[in-house]
Design a protein around this ligand. Structure first.
Ligand SMILES: O=C(O)CCC(=O)C(=O)O
Length: 272
């Protein structure tokens, strides 16, 4: 596995900072201890055990994916405490170019793996997209968002790791700032990548994962292992930036926020 940030890093080197800003993607080694990882896996399973698509807190983004927003697991400290993770926070500060960051929200995801699937099952959609919906108005733009997937199991291409399109973060960010069509100039890159095996795949060990900014083109690839890819996504933005992101943490009642804070060491709560 090609990892860009070593296990349990608490600071980010210049090379990695540049990669985060320019490529908009990083693969990191373990940031959870074995004990934290085991606790998180059981909390994940408890959360999905209660899965109910009718509940407000829990819904599905796509046919083959069940997404649980933080409202569905705020009472699980093994999951909420990951917001305080020193490696994630160091990478978020480097990616966003400031120490003044804030937590936006967190989700759990589970793919349905009842049958192998491929792009034809997605009505021909190749899956490529960026998350620019998370970025504020370019006129008042003062930041962007970074989302980390923390893997609960070793994740390779066989488990359908995310694939990114190198170079697209810079192109989409420049288009965005210049007020052009955000996807201008990407068709050729997508065409080439879709016909080659040369993609950049975000493989990482259990307790590690990957981070992507809001601009980089990425997609989830079909899995072949028949194993569920279990992960938690944790997102941050520049503090005080326009109301961007899912607004989900900000929407939680104060008593819930207090409980989330209580799951984190006191000196790591300033992202809340
Ligand atoms: O599940 C993945 O690998 C990609 C997730 C994704 O596309 C997104 O969060 O926008």
């Amino acid at each position: 596995m090609n990892i860009d940030v070593p296990d349990f890093a608490t600071s980010i080197g210049e090379q990695q900072r540049k990669q985060l800003v320019e490529d908009g993607c990083i693969r990191y080694g373990r940031c959870l201890t074995e004990e934290q990882l085991i606790a998180a896996r059981y909390a994940y399973e408890r959360t999905y055990e209660k899965f109910d698509p009718e509940q407000e807190a829990i819904y599905s983004l796509q046919e083959h994916e069940r997404v649980i927003w933080m409202k569905g697991f705020w009472h699980e400290p093994a999951l909420t405490s990951i917001i305080a993770n020193p490696t994630l926070q160091a990478m978020a500060r480097a990616a966003l170019g400031t120490d003044e960051i804030e937590f936006i929200g967190s989700i759990l995801r589970k793919r349905r793996i009842l049958d192998p699937w491929g792009w034809p099952d997605a009505n021909g959609w190749t899956g490529w997209h960026s998350d620019t919906f998370l970025v504020g108005d370019p006129a008042t733009w003062n930041g962007e968002t970074i989302a980390f997937m923390v893997y609960l199991d070793d994740t390779t291409r066989s488990e359908g790791s995310t694939e990114i399109l190198p170079g697209t973060s810079r192109i989409v960010r420049d288009n965005y700032r210049a007020g052009r069509d955000r996807n201008e100039g990407l068709a050729e890159i997508i065409r080439k990548t879709d016909t080659s095996d040369e993609g950049v795949f975000c493989e990482a060990p259990a307790g590690g994962g990957m981070g992507i900014n809001s601009f980089v083109f990425h997609r989830a690839i079909p899995e072949s292992s028949g194993l569920i890819r279990r992960h938690l996504t944790v997102s941050y933005r520049v503090r005080g930036s326009k109301e961007v992101g899912d607004g989900e943490y900000q929407d939680l009642p104060e008593e819930v926020k207090a409980s989330v804070a209580a799951s984190m060491p006191e000196d790591m709560r300033d992202v809340l």
